[in-house]
Design a protein around this ligand. Structure first.
Ligand SMILES: Cc1cc2nc3c(=O)[nH]c(=O)nc-3n(C[C@H](O)[C@H](O)[C@H](O)COP(=O)(O)OP(=O)(O)OC[C@H]3O[C@@H](n4cnc5c(N)ncnc54)[C@H](O)[C@@H]3O)c2cc1C
Length: 354
């Protein structure tokens, strides 16, 4: 089944793409993808955005650190973004991209986008804005409360639990740095040593004690809940560390399996010597090693928040816009140079005088 292109602006209706190649297919309708697609649609490119509808921050009650929308539910923010995008004539497909494959082309990069439901799209450029998966430590009950009282980031949700008891699960040495961030928000911070390599150095012990951060041996084995509220974490020796929230550093794994047919696969992403996830490598513009394929948001910047992901989407959109304009201009020049039957051949410079 082929759905190869897009029709003109119909002022916001969910249109079925018509025949003809698209300019850009955006894979992923989170902050990065929606921002990029809207910018490209405003530049009058034929844009289709395909979205599987699982943004990373979906479990959170509200978005913080996003200017003028503080506390807005994530779904509401994205719904507003979708409405704006449709207003510029772009088409949104609720679906999942299975694979992106390169098509042989004499005039610039061309791709076929295969959806899991069998649909196909043909496009000149691809933007992967598919985010990442948070792989959580194996502690019973943790995943079920992710985004509620199991928290990933003090910048995003620290204020909301200020002055409460926070347990920081130390799955690597980086958690010690995180514990100091949480200590800025509450005097009640306990570091639970989940893995042997999270043991503080002598200097770190001194600093932790000086800030009143408790350290207990782990590993934590179970989340303790009562009346739908987090009460604590049960550790291996059986006792419960009381807490109202747990700070967890998930492993941040790029969602990019659909790029594998292009030989574009995630590489390790590290802070210092500690690998904390994976990402698709790209230039600051979002351009990847495959001409015509760009990335934006958490798929290439695992630490990016919503504002940074919007910004990355806009940056990639600008790079894609310019590359399409360059390609169209090259094609126009080539067409203008085509010999007219019976006429003298035109030297390149003569075009200037037309
Ligand atoms: C619990 C939690 C709370 C957070 N709270 C905040 C906060 O308050 N403030 C803040 O600034 N940041 C917050 N973040 C970070 C924020 O979620 C990310 O910065 C942001 O979601 C990144 O946007 P993105 O567009 O790159 O990816 P996402 O928002 O994850 O969007 C990616 C989209 O691509 C889709 N997709 C993936 N693969 C495919 C495919 N093959 N085909 C089609 N679609 C696909 C997904 O379904 C998803 O809809 C939070 C993160 C978490 C985990």
């Amino acid at each position: 089944m082929a759905a190869d292109g897009a029709e003109g602006n119909d002022n916001g209706k969910d249109r079925v793409p018509g025949p003809g190649a698209l300019d850009v297919v955006v894979v992923g309708g989170g902050a990065a993808g929606l921002a990029a697609a809207t910018s490209l649609a405003r530049f009058r490119h034929r844009v289709v955005l395909v979205d599987a509808g699982e943004p990373r921050n979906a479990p959170a009650a509200g978005v913080h650190n996003y200017l003028s929308r503080d506390g807005m539910p994530p779904a509401e923010l994205l719904a507003a973004g979708r409405a704006e995008l449709r207003g510029y004539g772009a088409h949104i497909i609720d679906g999942t991209v299975d694979a992106v494959r390169a098509l042989p082309s004499v005039a610039g990069p061309r791709f076929v986008i295969e959806l899991t439901d069998g649909r196909e799209l043909r496009t000149r450029r691809v933007l992967a804005a598919s985010g990442l998966v948070d792989v959580l430590p194996d502690v019973a009950g943790l995943a079920g409360r992710w985004g509620r009282d199991i928290l990933h980031c003090p910048y995003c949700h620290g204020w909301e639990v200020r002055d409460q008891r926070i347990a920081v699960l130390a799955t690597s040495g980086l958690a010690i740095h995180t514990a100091f961030l949480w200590r800025q928000l509450t005097p009640h911070v306990t570091l639970i040593l989940q893995q042997a390599d999270a043991e503080p150095t002598d200097q770190q012990w001194e600093r932790l004690l000086a800030r009143g951060i408790s350290v207990v041996p782990g590993p934590a084995e179970e989340v303790v809940i009562a009346a739908d509220r987090l009460r604590g974490l049960r550790v291996a020796d059986g006792h419960v560390v009381d807490c109202a929230a747990v700070a967890v550093s998930a492993s941040l794994q790029a969602r990019a399996g659909f790029l594998a047919p292009l030989d574009l696969t995630p590489v390790a992403f590290a802070m210092g010597d500690t690998v904390i996830g994976s990402r698709i490598e790209a230039e600051p513009t979002g351009a990847t090693a495959v001409p015509g394929v760009y990335v934006a948001g958490n798929v290439s910047d695992p630490l990016g928040q919503v504002a940074g992901s919007v910004s990355a989407g806009l940056t990639a959109a600008a790079a894609i816009n310019m590359s399409l304009i360059e390609e169209d201009t090259d094609a126009a020049v080539a067409a203008a140079r085509l010999p007219v039957p019976g006429a003298d051949p035109q030297p390149a410079g003569s075009l200037r005088r037309r």
